[in-house]
Design a protein around this ligand. Structure first.
Ligand SMILES: Cc1ncc(Cn2nnc(CCOP(=O)(O)OP(=O)(O)O)c2C)c(N)n1
Ligand SMILES: [Mg+2]
Length: 563
């Protein structure tokens, strides 16, 4: 059997730990798909469309560290670009591979199908370059190994998406075999002197402060800094909070964990502590208009250390060229044995006498948001992953207390509604042994619902809580208007449509707490496919956090143009 360019790509993807890749067929990628099918231990998983294919690979990357999607030229790739933009925003190495025109057509003046109708086909890779850390076009077999390795190596190193375009007549061409996988896994070491100087500068910063707190951000995962953050928290003995998008990136049963810091949408007591602290260590934080609640909750200035993936900034100094993972470990070692900075925990315990707003039980009455959230929260085990969609689902998830090992996935920086359904599919393909739960609003679901059919096809026992509050409630709380109303669907009834007489998906409508509880019991018993539980609640029955957050975001959006 001839060893081909497509097999080189497939072997490299397998070598970096992918057992699956996601695809939608198109005549520019069919020969490539054939090559990938030849790779032992690599399964080709099909999606309903290329947007969902991209998001499935993104969800897979959240579980496995990287993901790959194969699409056809332009009509496929440009849809998938939305998921690539999301992967860039969320620091995920998604490898998008697009079939491309025959290499002989370049410069021929030929007008080809699936293009914008000009003989210049370079527009696609030019678009890709803006939303990836590496983008390559392969029109000959000789150049394929180096270009494929460059794209994969850069994506893994930068934790950003990469793009590979392969001419349809090259994918099956003879190619050399790859060398050791270390060629694409190698990392650039951090600078030792910079690391030491940064540690000393932070130690000096802390020595002058008593009211210290740690804020964990979403880039901590991309930096592989989870263990280092716990070691630093142990060394300091201070309060630790997570930003909303970093929920589950720090263990919530940690004794000094005080919940989510999100301005007015914070967990009880957390906002007060960060307002009160005189020394805040921000670890991998992303401060955007949503995460700062319309710029009203943005730790910065002389009392803040910003420790990012490769750079530390504090007190007018900057230390670039280190790895956050190394910094956390070295700083924890440097602070070992020093007096603890427990002032923030002492203060926190003083002010949180009032219990957190626990969602109360009302099993028989009309279903409420609180009862829905309570029943979902009760399902969280150490082996659970909860994917929470843009919408009030963010805020419902924020209130949930996680057992150690439970994971939460958001897409808060990009915030593409509908992401959670295909991302759940990809995540479930990657992690079939975990309990996987999705919380998605009716508005979001309508963008990507088809991928539930793929969950039926593969018999994935995912539990999808469809929050039917009759419209775009998160938008209502920002700025209401007729555009926030949507056509209602029979969401639970969709499952029979997707089953088509053979699938094992199940659908339930819950209008009371008791109906929801019964549906949950059935879902836990359904191991042969997804269970969609449509939770019917009032349109304005949303979390108090969403209301205040929505006001702040609306105010930020309404700022008049600068003079
Ligand atoms: C692709 C995309 N298009 C539009 C938006 C704006 N947007 N953000 N949230 C929404 C509404 C979400 O509504 P649901 O999913 O029903 O959520 P809730 O009602 O808040 O539970 C929109 C329309 C968006 N975030 N992403
Ligand atoms: Mg809704």
């Amino acid at each position: 059997m001839t060893y081909t360019v497509g097999m080189y790509l497939g072997d490299r993807l397998k070598q970096i730990g992918l057992d699956h890749h996601f695809a939608v067929a198109g005549d520019y990628n069919l020969v490539l798909l054939d090559q990938l099918l030849k790779i032992d231990g690599m399964e080709q998983v099909y999606c309903c469309n290329e947007l969902n294919c991209g998001y499935s690979a993104e969800g897979y990357a959240r579980a496995k560290g990287a993901g790959a999607a194969i699409v056809t030229f332009s009509v496929g790739a440009i849809s998938a670009f939305n998921a690539v933009g999301g992967a860039y925003a969320e620091n995920l190495p998604l490898i998008l591979i697009s079939g491309a025109p025959n290499s002989n057509d370049h410069g021929s003046g030929h007008i080809l199908h699936h293009t914008i109708g000009t003989p210049d086909y370079a527009y696609q890779i030019e678009m890709a370059r803006r939303i990836t850390c590496a983008a390559v076009s392969i029109i000959s077999a000789d150049e394929a190994p180096a270009k494929i390795d460059h794209a994969i190596r850069t994506a893994l190193r930068e934790r950003k998406p990469a793009y590979i375009e392969i001419a349809c007549n090259v994918a099956g061409a003879a190619c050399a075999r790859p060398g050791p996988v270390s060629a694409v896994l190698s990392q650039v070491p951090g600078d030792a002197a910079t690391l030491e100087a940064a540690v000393e500068a932070i130690a000096a910063f802390l020595a002058k402060r008593d009211k210290v707190a740690i804020l964990v951000g979403s880039k901590l995962r991309a930096a592989d800094g989870g263990e280092g953050a716990v070691a630093l928290a142990d060394a300091l003995g201070c309060a630790v909070a997570t930003m909303a998008a970093a929920k589950s990136f720090f263990p919530e049963n940690y004794p000094n964990y005080i919940g989510t810091y999100w301005g007015e949408a914070s967990s009880p007591g957390a906002r007060e502590i960060f307002d009160w602290a005189d020394g805040i260590l921000c670890l991998g934080c992303v401060f955007n208009d949503y995460s700062t609640v319309g710029w009203t909750a943005w730790p910065r200035g002389a009392n803040v250390v910003q420790a990012d993936i490769g750079t530390v900034t504090l007190d007018g100094q900057v230390f670039d060229g280190l790895h956050l993972k190394d910094l956390l470990t070295a700083l924890a070692a440097r602070l070992a044995g020093q007096p603890k900075k427990g002032g923030t925990m002492t203060e926190y315990r003083r002010i949180v006498g009032a219990p957190a707003p626990v969602d109360s039980a009302a099993p028989t009455a009309k279903l409420t948001r609180a009862e829905m959230a309570r029943q979902i929260g009760a399902l969280l085990t150490p082996e659970t992953t909860l994917l929470a969609e843009t919408g009030d689902s963010w805020f419902n998830a924020m209130r949930m207390k996680l057992p150690q090992g439970a994971r939460v996935e958001f897409e808060m920086q990009w915030g593409h509604i509908g992401w959670s359904v295909p991302a759940t599919f990809g995540y479930a393909v990657a992690e079939p042994k975990r309990r996987i739960i999705t919380m998605v609003g009716d508005g979001s679901f309508q963008l990507t619902a088809q991928e539930v059919a793929q969950m039926v096809r593969r018999g994935l026992p995912v539990i999808v809580f469809l929050v039917n509050n009759h419209g775009y409630t998160i938008e209502v709380e920002i700025h209401d208007g007729p555009y926030n109303n949507i056509k209602n669907w029979d969401y639970a009834g969709l499952i029979e449509v997707f089953n088509a007489g053979e699938g094992k998906g199940r659908g339930f409508r819950a209008t009371t707490g008791a109906e929801m509880a019964e549906a949950v019991r059935a879902a836990l018993d359904n191991h042969g496919g997804p269970t969609l539980i449509e939770c019917i609640i009032d349109r304005d029955d949303c979390t108090s956090e969403l209301i205040s957050w929505g006001r702040r975001v609306a105010t930020a959006n309404a700022r008049p143009p600068a003079k």
